[in-house]
Design a protein around this ligand. Structure first.
Ligand SMILES: [Zn+2]
Length: 72
């Protein structure tokens, strides 16, 4: 497997950093180089995928209790 590297300093260690961009109403998690802080990616602060998965599980439980078919 290829090793991910920072395009700025060639570092290979990364970390998450919470950040709210100017004029933004939302926080993000930046994936940044641990050495120089160069940002290589940004993700929602709230893990939307995990939230959707939790909601799907809850909806399936409710649908089963109501005996209503759902496709999620
Ligand atoms: Zn770097």
């Amino acid at each position: 497997m290829a090793r991910s590297t920072c395009m700025k300093c060639d570092g290979s260690r990364f970390e998450l950093a919470e950040y709210t961009p100017t004029s933004s109403k939302f926080k993000f998690q930046f994936v940044q180089c641990s050495s120089c802080g160069g940002v290589v990616g940004a993700m929602d602060f709230m893990n939307v995928g995990a939230m959707l998965e939790d909601q799907n599980v809850a909806l399936k439980v409710i649908a089963a209790a109501l005996r209503v078919p759902v496709r999620l």
